[in-house]
Design a protein around this ligand. Structure first.
Ligand SMILES: [Zn+2]
Length: 80
């Protein structure tokens, strides 16, 4: 579907990878408003930016490829 593709990448100079990486980036401003659903403690972005770690119960919630954090206790892993 070339016409549709042109909407997302309108010029040859457009840096496709930068665009894709930008779209996957977690919005760190969310950290100011979201808390751990288990213990209501603040969350911190992990060093590799693929998860959010609770400073209270050490649960790590995954961030998906779209930059959306999954704040579900059943998807969390506990990191010591
Ligand atoms: Zn917690």
């Amino acid at each position: 579907m070339p016409g549709r593709f042109g909407i997302f990448f309108p010029t040859a100079e457009f840096d496709t990878m930068e665009f894709l990486e930008g779209s996957m980036k977690f919005n760190e401003k969310l950290l100011e408003i979201i808390v751990c659903p288990e213990c209501k403690t603040d969350l911190q972005l992990t060093a590799d930016k693929t998860g959010l770690k609770c400073t209270g119960c050490n649960r790590v919630y995954p961030i998906d490829e779209n930059g959306i954090p999954h704040l579900l206790p059943e998807e969390a892993s506990i990191e010591e």
